[in-house]
Design a protein around this ligand. Structure first.
Ligand code: GLY
Length: 301
């Protein structure tokens, strides 16, 4: 493949189309996937990322984002940042710094303001009403049904692999909680010599398994992208008692994808050989089954 891009959940479809167009025109992988993630961050229709994100237990929308350049292995992340438009863009800018690549809370906000990143109140009326209606009904934290973190993994025509991620994290999380998404090796990883990976689901479980790096290591050992994804999910489910929702996307350095899940997980894949296509991954008899679906078949995000 000359180029390829894979992204999590149906909500990433329009962003995947945009990223695919940029990659097809010879665009830089980092630029393309940041554009794809940002489109999800900006859409108030998607309630687990960016604008209209899921509030924490205090009714505040705090966001996590991460970015990794697979050529240099440079990483940037922000955690628990409030009041800014695009955590993934802030994360990418941190990847270029020699130190201070991972900023959280007030420190991340001070950096974003000082560096001119756009501010935005991400608590919309819709997300606040959802918070009021559901906050007393949540008995146990879980990833949101039907959607969660957005992750894009891309490979451009020059062979660069990058991964970018953005999320509001779990609904009703403790204020200050950071999940897996901005943590390199857990929520995301990229190495242009091997491939890239990213996770969506319950961050506490993804962190216990360092799932993205685990999948990359399997690629390095010679496994296919599909085997790397499947073995990662299998191992996590075996090692973590009552492992909750978890899905992983993998893209090898040649642009082949792999996906595995323990829930119902839509994803989008495009390459120079395949236009952006929506698939549904499910776990059947202990293995991931993947089929193409029409957008109407998945009523959630
Ligand atoms: N995967 C998102 C989170 O657990 O925060």
């Amino acid at each position: 493949m000359k180029w390829a891009v894979i992204s999590t959940w149906k909500m990433s479809f329009a962003g995947n189309v945009k990223a695919a167009k940029m990659l097809a025109e010879g665009g830089n992988c980092g630029d393309a996937i940041i554009e794809g993630v940002s489109m999800v961050e900006d859409d108030p229709g998607y309630s687990s990322v960016g604008y209209s994100g899921l509030p924490d237990r205090d009714g505040r929308v705090t966001l996590d984002g991460g970015y990794m350049d697979g050529d240099t292995l440079k990483v940037g992340s922000v955690g628990c940042i409030e009041g800014f438009r695009s955590p993934v863009r802030i994360a990418r800018s941190l990847a270029d710094k020699e130190f201070n690549n991972f900023l959280v809370g007030a420190g991340a906000e001070e950096y974003a303001e000082a560096n001119g990143f756009e501010k935005r109140n991400n608590l919309t009326e819709g997300s606040y009403q959802r918070y009021l209606q559901e906050k007393d009904k949540i008995k146990e934290l879980n990833s949101y049904d039907g959607h969660d973190t957005v992750v894009f993994v891309g490979r451009d025509v020059s062979g660069t692999v990058c991964t970018a991620v953005s999320t509001s994290g779990l609904f009703m999380k403790e204020h200050g909680r950071v999940g897996d998404s901005p943590i390199p090796g857990c929520g995301f990883y990229a190495d242009s010599l091997i491939g890239g990976a990213g996770a969506t689901g319950v961050g506490e479980d993804a962190n216990r398994g360092t799932v993205s790096y685990r999948a990359i290591n399997k690629l390095k050992e010679g496994k296919t992208a599909m085997q790397a994804a499947q073995e990662t999910i299998d191992e996590i489910m075996e090692r973590i008692e009552n492992c909750r929702h978890m899905s992983i996307i993998v893209l090898d350095k040649d642009g082949n994808y792999g996906v595995a899940t323990n829930c119902a997980f839509p994803f989008v894949y495009a390459s120079d050989e395949c236009e952006p296509t929506l698939y549904l991954a499910t776990r059947e008899n202990g293995k991931t089954s993947i089929r193409q679906i029409r957008p109407e078949e998945w009523s959630k995000d």
